[in-house]
Design a binder for this molecule. Structure first.
Ligand SMILES: NC(=O)C1=CN([C@@H]2O[C@H](COP(=O)(O)OP(=O)(O)OC[C@H]3O[C@@H](n4cnc5c(N)ncnc54)[C@H](OP(=O)(O)O)[C@@H]3O)[C@@H](O)[C@H]2O)C=CC1
Ligand SMILES: O=C(O)C1=N[C@H](C(=O)O)C[C@H](O)C1
Length: 255
């Protein structure tokens, strides 16, 4: 039995993780961390520090906020607890710094997106990028999201940039934005324009639009429900016990 602590357990993702872990045969939620959470089933703490001090879990799952995840991971990793992290907003060098705090045998696993569809979208984008001079990312999320652009969009832009091998887009850029409308061409992430839409009605969607002479290729993924992330989260929880160091991306555990 894998004993799991869920940080942010009262939130949109955290509560879905509690349900998914509870329904699985090989793991259980032994505690939850959330400043405003309560439970009759498992122990509840206000901070990860309190939970680590009390002990009783092998894996910490974190779906909190960009502003708190770093502090949570510092405490858990230093105590040698494997971490499965969905919270977005941490840069790669920060993840490396955090992983270095952990004793040998401890794993920090971060996935900007736990859906198989989004992983495939990014892999298809990697395959397409060398063949198209233009690429732009459009991401669409619910209006309560606390970060922009999304972690998935940032990772997609990084993947496209690496696959282009340093080649820059030749499309008109930020220099064409008219006065008072700065931002119209999006945020440049590693040279790739990223456009963030926030609206009621969305969970999470993304389009990657590639262009070359006379043609466009659009790769689109939609999460319509947060259950879409749960098989990936459970796979992460089952996998970290056998791994160590920093691992970024669900593709590392997918067959
Ligand atoms: N990797 C992936 O596949 C996915 C990643 N995400 C990411 O997960 C994160 C959470 O998203 P979502 O569930 O929608 O957000 P929510 O705001 O619904 O949930 C976050 C929860 O964390 C709580 N919280 C705040 N501070 C702490 C703390 N110090 N310790 C523990 N809990 C805390 C919040 O409490 P309060 O509201 O009282 O502040 C809230 O209940 C975001 O970064 C999002 O981008 C989301 C979906 C998929
Ligand atoms: O906040 C969300 O909802 C999501 N966040 C992740 C991101 O920033 O990419 C994953 C997914 O897009 C949903």
């Amino acid at each position: 039995m894998i004993n799991v602590a869920v940080s942010g357990f009262a939130g949109r993702m955290g509560s879905a993780v509690v349900d998914a872990v509870t329904a699985a045969d090989d793991m259980q939620v032994t505690c939850g961390i959330d400043p405003h959470g309560s439970s009759k089933v498992f122990a509840v703490y206000e901070t990860v520090e309190q939970a680590v001090h009390a002990g009783g879990f092998d894996v910490l799952v974190d779906f909190t906020q960009p502003s708190v995840v770093e502090g949570n991971l510092r405490v858990a990793l230093a105590a040698g607890i494997d971490c499965v992290v969905g919270t977005t907003g941490l840069a790669n060098d920060k993840l490396e710094e955090l992983a270095a705090l952990a004793p040998e045998g401890t794993c920090l696993f971060y996935a900007p997106n736990f859906t198989t569809g989004a992983v495939l979208m990014m892999q298809f984008a990697k395959s397409a990028a060398p063949f198209f001079p233009e690429a732009e990312v459009l991401e669409f999320h619910h209006c309560n999201k606390k970060d922009a652009p999304s972690g998935t969009a940032v990772r997609t832009a990084q993947i496209i940039s690496e696959a282009r091998d340093g080649r820059q887009s030749v499309a008109p850029g930020k220099e064409t934005e008219i006065a008072g409308c700065e931002g119209a061409r999006g945020a440049l992430v590693e040279g790739v324009p990223v456009h963030s839409v926030r609206s009621m009605g969305y969970v999470a969607s993304q389009e990657v639009v590639f262009g070359s002479m006379g043609q466009t290729l659009t790769i689109r993924h939609d999460s319509w429900d947060r259950t879409s992330y749960m098989p990936g989260v459970l796979l992460g929880i089952r996998s970290v016990g056998d791994r160590q160091g920093l691992i970024v991306g669900l593709e590392n555990f997918m067959e």
